[in-house]
Design a protein around this ligand. Structure first.
Ligand code: GLU
Length: 489
C-alpha cells in the first residue's frame, strides 16, 4: 500500500523554518516511496487564521518546490465530520457533556495552583450528571462542551524517531473534543481528518509528542486504524533556545528575499534533524530523495546555523548552471536599475557568461546582482577599504594606470594577450604583477575582490574597461590634487 503523509500547518503565521522542515521530511518520504503528499490547512481557529497566511504558506511551499498531490484541504470544511465523530464518542459513552463554565474552570485551576497541585478536570459533570440529565440539559439549549473520558491504563506506541514511547493515562486530563460553540479542538479534528484522509504516517515536530497519546486514544475509541508516528526534533537558535524571531530571519520568505536558492534551502532544511550518514553535505533534491530515511532522523534537537545556510547556498550557486540563475537574478538586476528584462534578453549570451564568471564568489542572489554592477553601470563607487589597501600611493597609481590604458588599448581583447601586456609592463617597471593587478581591480570594479582580472577585462569589454580605467585616473588625480590621502588601511 502506498504511504500517505500530510503537512498540516495552521495559517496563523508565515511558513517558518520549522514548518518548512516538517513539510520537507513528509515530502521527501512521499517522493522516495512513491506515496502521496497531502496539504491540509488547519484553519478551524477562525480568529487566529487568515487567508493571507494561507497564501503565504502555499507560496512558500511552491517556492521550495514541495508540490502536493492532494489538497490544499481546509480543515474548516470538515467540521460536520468532526462533529459526527464527537457524537460517536458521546453516544458510545467514551465522552460526556461538560456544562462547567470557563469561569468555574478558571477558579478551580487557580485553587489548584494556590495549593501547588497539578490541575486536572475533576470530572464533576461525569460524576454528578446521569446521561439522561445531561441529555435533557443539552436539549433545553444549555451550552456545553464535549469531553473525552480518558480511560485508565497506559498509552504506548513505537515512535519512528523516539522509539518506544509511553504515557500513563492518569496524567492525561479528560480533554475537550468539541467546544461549547460547536468547534472541534485540534486533537479531534486531526484524528478525524487523518483517518478520513487515510494518512499512514504522521510526521511532525516533537512539540506534539504529548498530543499523541490523546490522539491514539481517539483512534482506538473511534475504531480507526492507527498511523505510524514520527516526531522530529526541535530546531534551536545558536543560543540553545527554541528558534524564534529573536534569532533573526525565521520565515522562509525572508530567505527567499535575500536570495537564497530554493534548492539550497531544501538542502539546508533536510540537514536540520536528519543525517545522511556520510560527510557529504551538499546535495541536490533528487539525491536527498534517494538518501532520505526516517531511520536517520536524529532524536536530539538541531541548531539553526545561518553561516551554514550561506555556505551551502554559495556551494549551490557555484554549481548552478547560469541558465538556472538568470531568471532568479533578473528581478534583482531590474530592481537596481542595472538591466531590464529586454536588456537581459538582447544580450543573453553575454549575461549568462557574466553570471558564470561571478556566481562562484557570491553568498546569495543579492550579492550576485550587486557584483554585476561594475559590468553594466555607468559609474561605480570605489570601496574605501579597497582604495585604502591598493591606491595608497595615488599619484603613482594614476601614472601606472594611465600607461596601462595605452598598452592595453590596441591589444586583442582576450585574456591571454591582455595578461602578456600587463606582465610585460610589470617587468619593465621591475615590480610584481600584483602591484598592477590590485589597483587595476579597484579601477575596474571598485572592489578589492573579483574574479581573475583578465576575465574581468574580457567580460567588461574593451570600451567600458578602458573608460573605467580613465575614470579612475581622473578620480585619483582629483582626490590627490585636493590634498587628500587615502585612509589608513
Ligand atoms: N496544525 C498543527 C500545527 O501546525 C498540526 C500538527 C500536526 O501535524 O498534527 O502544529
Amino acid at each position: 500500500m502506498a504511504i500517505r503523509v500530510r503537512f498540516a500547518p495552521s495559517p496563523t503565521g508565515y511558513l517558518h523554518v520549522g514548518g518548512a522542515r516538517t513539510a520537507l521530511f513528509n515530502w521527501l518520504l512521499a517522493r522516495k516511496q512513491r506515496g502521496v503528499f497531502i496539504l491540509r490547512i488547519e484553519d478551524t481557529d477562525k480568529e487566529r487564521s487568515s487567508e493571507a497566511m494561507t497564501r503565504a504558506i502555499v507560496e512558500g511551499l511552491r517556492w521550495l518546490g514541495l508540490d502536493w498531490d492532494e489538497g490544499p484541504h481546509h480543515q474548516a470544511d470538515g467540521i460536520e465530520r468532526h462533529r459526527a465523530d464527537a457524537r460517536q464518542l458521546l453516544e458510545s459513552g467514551a465522552a460526556y457533556r461538560c456544562f462547567c463554565t470557563p469561569e468555574e474552570l478558571a477558579a478551580k485551576r487557580a485553587e489548584a495552583e494556590a495549593r501547588k497541585e497539578r490541575y486536572g478536570y475533576d470530572r464533576r459533570c461525569l460524576r454528578e450528571l446521569t446521561p439522561e440529565r445531561s441529555a435533557a440539559r443539552a436539549a433545553a439549549g444549555e451550552r456545553c462542551a464535549i469531553r473525552f473520558r480518558v480511560p485508565e491504563g497506559v498509552t504506548e506506541w513505537n515512535d519512528l524517531v523516539h522509539g518506544p514511547t509511553r504515557f500513563v493515562n492518569a496524567e492525561i486530563d479528560d480533554f475537550i473534543v468539541l467546544r461549547s460553540d460547536g468547534t472541534p479542538t485540534y486533537n479531534l479534528a486531526v484524528v478525524s481528518d487523518d483517518s478520513w484522509m487515510r494518512v499512514t504516517h504522521v510526521i511532525r515536530g516533537d512539540d506534539h509528542l504529548s498530543n499523541t497519546p490523546k490522539q491514539i486514544l481517539l483512534y482506538r475509541t473511534l475504531g480507526r486504524p492507527l498511523p505510524e508516528f514520527a516526531h522530529v526534533p526541535m530546531i534551536l537558535g545558536p543560543d540553545g533556545r527554541r528558534l524564534s524571531k529573536r534569532h533573526g530571519a525565521t520565515s522562509i520568505a525572508d530567505h527567499e528575499a535575500r536570495g537564497i536558492l530554493p534548492w539550497a534551502m531544501v538542502n539546508f532544511l533536510a540537514l536540520l534533524g536528519w543525517s545522511p550518514g556520510t560527510d557529504e553535505e551538499v546535495m541536490d533534491v533528487p539525491e536527498l530523495i534517494t538518501k532520505f530515511s526516517i531511520d536517520r532522523v536524529l532524536k536530539k534537537s538541531s541548531v539553526f546555523d545561518l553561516k551554514k545556510l550561506e555556505w551551502l547556498n554559495a556551494q549551490h550557486m557555484a554549481r548552478a548552471d547560469a541558465q538556472l540563475l538568470e531568471p532568479l537574478v533578473a528581478p534583482r538586476l531590474a530592481a537596481r536599475g542595472l538591466a531590464s528584462a529586454e536588456e537581459l534578453q538582447a544580450r543573453r549570451e553575454w549575461y549568462l557568461a557574466l553570471i558564470d564568471l561571478l556566481k562562484g564568489r557570491a553568498r546569495d542572489l543579492e550579492e550576485l546582482a550587486e557584483r554585476v554592477r561594475p559590468y553594466v553601470a555607468g559609474v561605480i563607487r570605489y570601496e574605501e577599504e579597497a582604495v585604502g589597501r591598493h591606491w595608497r600611493d595615488g599619484p603613482q597609481v594614476a601614472l601606472r594606470l594611465e600607461r596601462l590604458t595605452e598598452l592595453l588599448a590596441d591589444a586583442p581583447w582576450e585574456a591571454a594577450p591582455l595578461e602578456d601586456r600587463l606582465r610585460a609592463f610589470a617587468a619593465e617597471l621591475g615590480i610584481p604583477a600584483g602591484k598592477l593587478i590590485h589597483p587595476l581591480r579597484v579601477a575596474l570594479t571598485g572592489q578589492a575582490v573579483s574574479p581573475g582580472i583578465f576575465d574581468v577585462l574580457v567580460a567588461m569589454g574593451r570600451e567600458r574597461a578602458l573608460g573605467r580605467i580613465r575614470d579612475a585616473v581622473c578620480y585619483l588625480r582629483d582626490r590627490f590634487a585636493a590634498g587628500a590621502s587615502a585612509p589608513e588601511p
